[in-house]
Design a protein around this ligand. Sequence first.
Ligand code: SAH
Length: 205
Amino acid sequence: MRLKHLEMKLQRLRGFPAPRPVLEQYATPADVAARLLYHASIEDAIAGRQVLDLGCGTGVLACGAALLGAEGVVGIDVDIGALRTARSNAESLGIDLALLRGEVGAAFPLRPQTFDTVVMNPPFGAQRKHADRPFFDCALMAASVVYGIFNAGSLDFIEKYVKGRGEVTGVVEGSFVIPRTFAFHRKDRVEIPVEVLKIERTGRC
Ligand code: SAH
C-alpha cells in the first residue's frame, strides 16, 4: 500500500467523540500516523509482526498497522469510550484488532517481550506531569523496537530517560495540526511540532 493511500484510509476514521483533556485525547493526524507506520514498515517492523499500540485511543495507529499487514495488533487504552471508537474504526475497515482496557503504568498483564513492535502517540505530559514516562517503561518491556510520536525537543530527555534500556536510533520531524478541541484552546487550529522517534531496546527492562 502506498503512503498516500494509507493516509487516505486513516483520514476517514472517527475522532474522539468526547475527548478528555486530562488524558490528552488528541487523535493522531492521519498524515503523521501514516508516516510513522510507513517508516516502520520499510524497516520491516510491521508486516508479519506482533504490534502493540499503547494508548491506542481512536485506534488510528493500530488500524494502520493492521492495514500494512501486521500479523496481530493489540491496542490498549485506559478509556472505554476511546476503545469503543477504536472498535468501530476497525470494523469500518474490516480489520480485526484486540482491544484491551488497561492503564499504562499500573500493573496490567503484559508479559515481557510478547510483541515485536510498539507504536504509540502517548500523552506528552502537558496535563499530568510525567504522564509519558510509564509509556517508555511499558513499551521497552513489551517489545524490542518502539516508534513513538513526541513533542519536538523531547529527544534529550528521552535519551536520558531510557539510557541503559534503550537507544534512540531514528528521528523524523513533523507537525500536528490540531483543531480547537478543548475549552482552554484559544485558536481555531494550532500547529504543534512533533518528532517521530525510533527507540531500540538495548538492555534488560
Ligand atoms: N494514538 C491515539 C491516541 C492518542 S491520545 C489516537 O491517535 O487516537 C493518548 C491516548 O492515551 C488517549 O486515548 C488516552 O485515553 C490514552 N491514555 C492516557 N494515559 C493513559 C494511560 N496511563 N494508560 C492507557 N492509556 C492512556
